[in-house]
Design a protein around this ligand. Structure first.
Ligand code: NAD
Length: 367
């Protein structure tokens, strides 16, 4: 089969692209670090490219699929989340799209754990104190204390790949774990974690007995000291379990006033205006965020309010940003490698050309 495929990448995803060049692909990479305007994306797709490499910054919808009608064979997304790709439109035009699940699971989960610790132990204000030369004395409780993570109760919202990985990290910190997921419950995994907890307690590795169980959303909100969100962005009408504004005034008010919220999933899962009020009016004690309703975070976002600065950690959609996780050309290690392999699978007809058998294709239902 000729490998003279034409591919447009909306972003430089690093050395993994050399895999395509070496195979003889005609590859054009958008050179600007910012996403290309939609008009340029459409122009490239209309120029009869075979494959499109995208990131979460590109809106891939009917307009794009129409522009590539009869020629565009695959959209390869460098992310596990694909809420920027209109699945119904992809299906209508019968264009497979791929994602990079699994290879970023541990990196994202550990990042969620780290920013939870940063928030809980107040690392950011503490470093400011030191850097700004305001550390005048050592004192048992001044100017502030943090909350330990060890031994506390965490609620994991969404027990898919990253939620389960987060559970492993939390179990290592002797936390009690409440799980909520209306669509997928991995009871075998939860049983394994409980057995590990029991063994650690029996062998004196952890002092207190701890537990893990599935609960209702309300129980998770009411009982948890920490809540970590690991759901996809699902808007109303897209599924029976939408996640858009899952955290809103009503649900934030159900959390303990001492609780901390961690969101590394997608920004619109949290109503930011409600969260800013929740922090300002002390409905909850803090939030650590990696993702936002609008990215990059606008200059006038209420989350930037200096009044809540010490309780609100703001990171730049950075959870998967480990060197190997982002860039490795190995499809079993890196998002870039997996993205490129997903594209190759479709264009070169791997797996006997059966899209349903291709591991990185998301919308298998249409084939
Ligand atoms: P996954 O599909 O394996 O898991 C998501 C889980 O959420 C599923 O088990 C699903 O049943 C559950 N879910 C669906 N609706 C729910 C609801 N209403 N309430 C609770 N749970 C619900 O996905 P994953 O690989 O674990 O990734 C999760 C999300 O994390 C991705 O979709 C992406 O948006 C986000 N993500 C962000 C970053 C980052 O850089 N910040 C990195 C990786 C992934």
């Amino acid at each position: 089969m000729s490998k003279n495929f034409r591919v447009f990448a909306t972003c430089d995803i690093g050395p993994a692209l050399d895999v395509l060049r070496k195979r003889g692909y005609q590859l054009e990479v958008y050179p600007d670090p910012k996403a290309p305007p939609k008009s340029l994306l459409l122009e490239k797709v209309r120029s009869r490219i075979d494959g499109l490499i995208t990131t979460l910054r590109d809106q891939i919808d009917a307009e794009v699929f129409e522009a590539g009608k009869g020629t565009l064979k695959v959209v390869a997304q460098l992310a596990v989340g694909f809420d920027n790709i209109n699945r119904a439109d992809a299906n209508r035009y019968k264009v497979p799209f791929t994602n990079t699940a699994d290879v970023l699971t541990e990196a994202t989960a550990e990042f969620a754990f780290f920013i939870m610790g940063d928030l809980a132990r107040r690392l950011w204000p503490a470093e400011h104190l030191t850097r700004e030369n305001k550390w005048g004395f050592w004192h048992p409780y001044l100017p502030f204390l943090g909350d330990e993570v060890t031994g506390k109760t965490i609620a994991i919202i969404g027990t898919g790949r990253i939620g389960l990985a987060m559970i492993k990290k939390c179990a290592g910190f002797d936390m009690n774990i409440l799980c909520y997921d209306p669509a997928y419950q991995n009871h075998e995994f939860i049983k394994g974690i409980q057995e590990t907890m029991d063994l650690r307690h029996a062998r004196g590795i952890q002092r207190e007995k701890t537990g893990i169980k599935y609960v209702s959303f309300e129980e998770a909100l009411r009982e948890a000291d920490f809540i970590s969100v690991h759901v996809p962005l699902i808007r109303a009408g897209e599924s029976s379990t939408p996640t858009f504004h899952l955290f809103n005034e009503r649900t934030l008010r159900m959390m303990k006033p001492t609780a901390l919220l961690v969101n590394t999933s997608r920004g619109p899962v949290v109503d930011e205006a409600a969260l800013a009020r929740a922090l300002k009016e002390n409905w909850i004690a803090g939030a650590a965020l990696d993702v936002y309703e609008k990215e990059p975070l606008p200059a006038d976002s209420p989350l930037r309010d200096p009044a809540i600065e010490d309780r609100c950690r703001l990171l730049p959609h950075f959870a998967s940003a480990g060197k190997i996780t982002r860039l490795s050309s190995d499809p079993d290690k890196g998002m870039a490698g997996r993205c490129v392999q997903g594209l190759i699978d479709v264009l070169e007809g791997n797996y006997g050309g059966d899209v349903k058998k291709m591991p990185y294709v998301v919308n298998k239902e249409v084939f």
